[in-house]
Design a protein around this ligand. Structure first.
Ligand SMILES: Cc1cc2nc3c(=O)[nH]c(=O)nc-3n(C[C@H](O)[C@H](O)[C@H](O)COP(=O)(O)OP(=O)(O)OC[C@H]3O[C@@H](n4cnc5c(N)ncnc54)[C@H](O)[C@@H]3O)c2cc1C
Length: 91
Protein backbone atom coordinates (compact mmCIF):
# COMPACT_ATOMS: atom_id res chain seq x y z
CA UNK A 1 0.00 0.00 0.00
CA UNK A 2 2.74 2.49 0.99
CA UNK A 3 4.61 1.59 -2.18
CA UNK A 4 1.50 2.34 -4.22
CA UNK A 5 1.02 5.72 -2.51
CA UNK A 6 4.69 6.55 -3.08
CA UNK A 7 4.48 5.84 -6.80
CA UNK A 8 1.19 7.78 -7.10
CA UNK A 9 2.65 10.78 -5.27
CA UNK A 10 5.95 10.86 -7.14
CA UNK A 11 4.49 10.06 -10.58
CA UNK A 12 6.93 10.41 -13.43
CA UNK A 13 9.67 11.78 -11.15
CA UNK A 14 10.82 8.25 -10.24
CA UNK A 15 12.15 5.31 -12.21
CA UNK A 16 10.77 1.79 -11.96
CA UNK A 17 12.81 1.17 -8.81
CA UNK A 18 11.37 4.26 -7.12
CA UNK A 19 14.55 6.29 -7.42
CA UNK A 20 14.25 9.99 -8.20
CA UNK A 21 15.26 10.79 -11.76
CA UNK A 22 17.97 13.42 -11.74
CA UNK A 23 19.57 15.68 -14.31
CA UNK A 24 23.18 16.68 -14.82
CA UNK A 25 23.39 18.68 -11.57
CA UNK A 26 21.63 15.91 -9.59
CA UNK A 27 18.55 18.11 -9.60
CA UNK A 28 15.23 16.30 -9.59
CA UNK A 29 13.86 16.15 -13.10
CA UNK A 30 11.73 19.26 -13.69
CA UNK A 31 12.67 20.73 -10.29
CA UNK A 32 15.84 22.83 -10.74
CA UNK A 33 16.04 23.85 -7.06
CA UNK A 34 15.59 20.38 -5.56
CA UNK A 35 18.54 18.00 -5.50
CA UNK A 36 18.52 14.25 -4.85
CA UNK A 37 21.69 12.71 -3.48
CA UNK A 38 22.73 9.26 -2.38
CA UNK A 39 20.65 6.11 -2.65
CA UNK A 40 17.45 7.95 -3.57
CA UNK A 41 18.60 9.12 -7.01
CA UNK A 42 18.87 7.21 -10.27
CA UNK A 43 22.53 7.79 -11.13
CA UNK A 44 23.78 4.56 -12.72
CA UNK A 45 26.14 3.84 -9.84
CA UNK A 46 26.33 1.16 -7.21
CA UNK A 47 24.66 2.65 -4.14
CA UNK A 48 27.39 3.20 -1.57
CA UNK A 49 27.96 5.50 1.39
CA UNK A 50 31.05 6.92 -0.31
CA UNK A 51 29.01 7.96 -3.32
CA UNK A 52 26.29 9.50 -1.13
CA UNK A 53 29.06 11.60 0.44
CA UNK A 54 30.47 12.47 -3.00
CA UNK A 55 27.00 13.56 -4.14
CA UNK A 56 26.56 15.79 -1.10
CA UNK A 57 29.93 17.48 -1.62
CA UNK A 58 29.19 17.89 -5.32
CA UNK A 59 25.84 19.59 -4.65
CA UNK A 60 27.26 21.84 -1.91
CA UNK A 61 30.14 22.92 -4.18
CA UNK A 62 27.68 23.64 -6.99
CA UNK A 63 25.36 25.63 -4.72
CA UNK A 64 28.36 27.75 -3.72
CA UNK A 65 29.10 28.37 -7.42
CA UNK A 66 25.46 29.26 -8.04
CA UNK A 67 25.45 31.59 -5.04
CA UNK A 68 28.51 33.35 -6.48
CA UNK A 69 26.70 33.76 -9.81
CA UNK A 70 28.95 31.21 -11.51
CA UNK A 71 27.94 28.32 -13.72
CA UNK A 72 27.35 25.00 -11.97
CA UNK A 73 29.37 21.95 -13.02
CA UNK A 74 27.72 18.79 -14.37
CA UNK A 75 28.02 15.61 -12.33
CA UNK A 76 30.27 12.86 -13.72
CA UNK A 77 29.26 9.33 -12.90
CA UNK A 78 32.09 7.66 -11.02
CA UNK A 79 33.33 5.18 -13.63
CA UNK A 80 34.71 2.86 -10.94
CA UNK A 81 31.19 2.39 -9.60
CA UNK A 82 29.22 2.71 -12.85
CA UNK A 83 26.79 -0.19 -12.78
CA UNK A 84 26.08 0.14 -16.51
CA UNK A 85 29.51 -1.44 -16.94
CA UNK A 86 28.27 -4.53 -15.09
CA UNK A 87 26.03 -7.29 -16.32
CA UNK A 88 22.62 -8.04 -14.86
CA UNK A 89 22.18 -4.77 -13.01
CA UNK A 90 18.65 -3.32 -13.08
CA UNK A 91 19.82 0.15 -14.21
C1 LIG B 1 23.21 -4.11 4.64
C2 LIG B 1 23.91 -2.96 3.97
C3 LIG B 1 25.29 -2.88 4.01
C4 LIG B 1 25.96 -1.83 3.41
N1 LIG B 1 27.33 -1.79 3.45
C5 LIG B 1 27.96 -0.75 2.90
C6 LIG B 1 29.38 -0.68 2.98
O1 LIG B 1 30.08 -1.53 3.54
N2 LIG B 1 29.99 0.39 2.40
C7 LIG B 1 29.29 1.38 1.75
O2 LIG B 1 29.90 2.34 1.24
N3 LIG B 1 27.96 1.33 1.66
C8 LIG B 1 27.26 0.29 2.22
N4 LIG B 1 25.91 0.21 2.12
C9 LIG B 1 25.19 1.26 1.38
C10 LIG B 1 25.06 2.51 2.25
O3 LIG B 1 24.47 2.18 3.48
C11 LIG B 1 24.18 3.52 1.51
O4 LIG B 1 24.66 3.72 0.19
C12 LIG B 1 24.17 4.85 2.22
O5 LIG B 1 23.68 4.70 3.54
C13 LIG B 1 23.28 5.84 1.47
O6 LIG B 1 23.15 7.01 2.21
P1 LIG B 1 21.89 7.92 2.02
O7 LIG B 1 22.12 9.09 2.92
O8 LIG B 1 21.63 8.15 0.58
O9 LIG B 1 20.65 7.05 2.52
P2 LIG B 1 20.36 6.46 3.96
O10 LIG B 1 21.61 6.18 4.71
O11 LIG B 1 19.40 5.32 3.72
O12 LIG B 1 19.63 7.64 4.73
C14 LIG B 1 18.32 7.99 4.42
C15 LIG B 1 17.69 8.50 5.72
O13 LIG B 1 16.42 9.07 5.41
C16 LIG B 1 15.51 8.63 6.36
N5 LIG B 1 14.18 8.70 5.75
C17 LIG B 1 13.62 7.86 4.86
N6 LIG B 1 12.39 8.27 4.53
C18 LIG B 1 12.17 9.40 5.21
C19 LIG B 1 11.08 10.30 5.29
N7 LIG B 1 9.98 10.11 4.58
N8 LIG B 1 11.20 11.36 6.09
C20 LIG B 1 12.32 11.57 6.81
N9 LIG B 1 13.40 10.76 6.77
C21 LIG B 1 13.31 9.70 5.98
C22 LIG B 1 15.94 7.23 6.72
O14 LIG B 1 15.44 6.85 7.97
C23 LIG B 1 17.45 7.39 6.72
O15 LIG B 1 17.94 7.80 7.97
C24 LIG B 1 25.22 -0.83 2.73
C25 LIG B 1 23.82 -0.91 2.69
C26 LIG B 1 23.17 -1.97 3.29
C27 LIG B 1 21.66 -2.03 3.23
Amino acid sequence: MLRKIYFLATGDKVDKLGRLKVGKYLEVEGEPDIFAIGDCNDTPEIKLAKLAQDHSKFVVDNLKLKHEGKEMKPYSVNSEFNCRNRNNHPS
